[in-house]
Design a protein around this ligand. Sequence first.
Ligand SMILES: Cc1cc2nc3c(=O)[nH]c(=O)nc-3n(C[C@H](O)[C@H](O)[C@H](O)COP(=O)(O)OP(=O)(O)OC[C@H]3O[C@@H](n4cnc5c(N)ncnc54)[C@H](O)[C@@H]3O)c2cc1C
Length: 442
Amino acid sequence: MAKKSVFIIGGGPAGYVSAIKAAQLGFEVTIAEKNSFGGTCLNRGCIPMKALLHITSFLDKNYRRMGINFDNLTYDLDKFRAWKDQAVKKAVKGVEILLKKNNVNIAKGEAFLLGENKVKVNESIYEPDHIILAMGSEPNIPSFIKKTEYIWTSDDALELKEVPNRLLIIGGGIIGVETATLYNRLGSEVTIFDMLENVGGVGLDKEIANELKKQINGNGIKTILGNKIDKIDGNKISVGDNIYEGDRILLAMGRKSNLNSNISEVGIITNKNKIQVNNYYETNLRSIFAIGDLIDGPMLAHKASNDGCKLISYLAKISIESYDIPSVIYTHPEIASVGLSEEAARKKYDDIKMSRFPISANARANCTKELKGMVKLITVNNRIIGVHLFGDNASEMIWSFSYFINKGIDINEMNGIVFPHPTYSEAIGEAILGVSDSMIHI
Ligand SMILES: Cc1cc2nc3c(=O)[nH]c(=O)nc-3n(C[C@H](O)[C@H](O)[C@H](O)COP(=O)(O)OP(=O)(O)OC[C@H]3O[C@@H](n4cnc5c(N)ncnc54)[C@H](O)[C@@H]3O)c2cc1C
């Protein structure tokens, strides 16, 4: 029997993971990419940002209190840029190698839909059984803002061409606070503006958001919250009667989906800048699917890849479980969450229970003196419904909670888990004990 064919538009984490998965499950796969494989994540998002946050973290450490003297500490911006570029290059090359290894056909260029089963790239026409839209997103520049030399998007900030003396950031969500952390370390005077009362973005647990605000303020990042920007004029921002002047203004007010590729011409339905899909990622046109940043849900790389895996499993008629998507903010300390915030949990349930363990009481934190933060578990009837980690290495410890939450594991079944000593993860063990009021180290 002839193989079913899949054509994927976009080679970001949604598209390239779908391509590999589909090839592994026996589909004939072609993927179109108009720029570099890896999309936003590898080229202009997760990877360059985390490479730069890593390298600049050494500027942030208080070595003196450890007895190491770094008087006259300097840095070389060109080397930082090269470090980041190397990380991007290696990641992109890796994706190209994986696609080839899995015999995925590559169509280099911009793809356009010509109909329900027809796509064009350059002069070639493809007629696949299924089309997957994975064109991702780009920085949102609202129509009332003109892109002048003063205006930066996250793409400009990650180029690392210069370190502005004064950086004004509009938007205190994940991209806003991560970029603020980066340029604060590099020596910019950074101010974040947000119409919300908190930083960290919509949906972040309020208590954790307050801790994050305290932490970044303590590092010297200013925050002006709870007010809308009235005007941007050149390098100045007006908020009420106050005018703030910067050398660069970063727009970090969300991203907009790439609704290109002729999707409206072929009649695909969109809503509020997102492609509408059902639970199986099907658009209103039966053979066309959409995943990743193009559809509703958190705009995160692992969510985009997970969409791809779930969709390909559906096309291959293989069932696969769904889990809550964790989210991380790579500030110092890091924040990692999954499930409900306290506010959302209170709205949904009458009887929630909270268990908090402060990182300051953790043995590993006592060695590193990274004492800020907490583990916060939210439970209902002994089952975890929300987890919020604020502390060093939080990003590495959150994953298992998607499983515990979605499987509805009873907290008593977790009481016997042994956490190695001394690790930050012991704070999680204590918080688990805290649900039955039996913490040991506090
Ligand atoms: C600064 C920043 C930091 C981030 N950090 C994180 C993080 O730490 N963790 C995390 O999970 N997420 C992070 N993200 C978000 C993450 O990058 C995105 O959610 C993810 O890349 C979305 O994947 P995608 O495949 O849907 O889209 P994209 O990655 O945007 O990929 C879409 C691809 O489609 C291509 N394309 C578009 N139209 C066409 C066409 N017509 N023909 C051919 N190709 C086309 C584009 O060139 C692009 O390569 C960050 C984003 C930014 C901006």
